[in-house]
Design a protein around this ligand. Sequence first.
Ligand code: AMP
Length: 349
Amino acid sequence: MIGIIGGGQLGRMLALAGYPLGLTFRILDPKPNAPASYLADHVAGSYDDHDALSRFARDLTIITYEFENIPIESVRLLAQTCPVYPPPDALATAQDRLLEKQFFQKLGIPTSTFAPINHRADLDTALARFGLPAVLKTRRMGYDGKGQITLRTPGDIPHAWERLGQHPLILESLVPFERELSVLAVRGHDRTTRFYPLIENTHRDGILHRSQAPAPHLSPDLQQEAETYAHRVLDALNYVGVLAIELFQFGTTLLANEMAPRVHNSGHWTIEGAETSQFANHLRAITGLPLGSTAPLGTAEMLNIIGTLPDPAEVLSRPDAHLHLYGKPPRPGRKLGHITYCTRSTSTP
Ligand code: AMP
């Protein structure tokens, strides 16, 4: 049985991809109605409850995670008795925006200019160094644009400091990017590595709204550059599983924004749009099975369903639409599902 820390939609889609392979799952998630709970054995305990952790770990062969805001001490504790993939060090790095940016920098992967901010004086020094506009972010626990404020004028600074100043922070220069991309890689135990084509992502209110794959106007050079950076991250972490890196494109340059050591929202299109989905490939990677092809079957567009549920009949009135609902009660700003539209390439006989 495979353990998944977190039982959200990513865990649910991992389980859906795993059943055809004969795999079974147990999730650890404090929420009683977590989206994956309908498809897996469920330990409903908090991520730092040692009793819940030991009930979760009992008889598992492998542990993975689908959620990043888990205490790293819990993951390291679990790793003492059961292999955890991707490696806990990948999670520890991705959990802290400062460590993550320093890690990219050490690997020669370009990023925005950044500085650690622990005191108000650090903010003034950093702003004097790289100026406005800039983004002030909490180092930890940020997701979907939460815990960050864009500073455009000096008047924005006091309010931002009041809201975020009690946390360890990072200041980043605001990148005037042309578009946002993500690269999805998968690596097996034998270090075989495959990449999906780069994906173009658009956000609304800090939340991913739309992904297009392959990214329009994708040049081989850009794909190569992203793969080179992802390779460095995979090598440095001795990585196993799916890795996503979010990138800003600025001319022909790519800057890394952040990485996710897990299956990723911008890869949902792979369920219907690629030879092998990111979920199936993540499971193949961590269980030591050969990886499947990451080739796209044509072009795909994925739209997140956020806040309110659509009429399924209306969505499915388009014959190329694939609807995924996560079984979550609607709430503003919440990811409730997604729709993928696929256009198949016509293959030559
Ligand atoms: P993050 O939580 O770091 O992924 O940020 C959420 C979104 O905010 C990103 O997808 C970008 O659209 C925007 N953003 C974050 N950091 C920067 C930056 N340094 N420059 C420009 N836009 C940013």
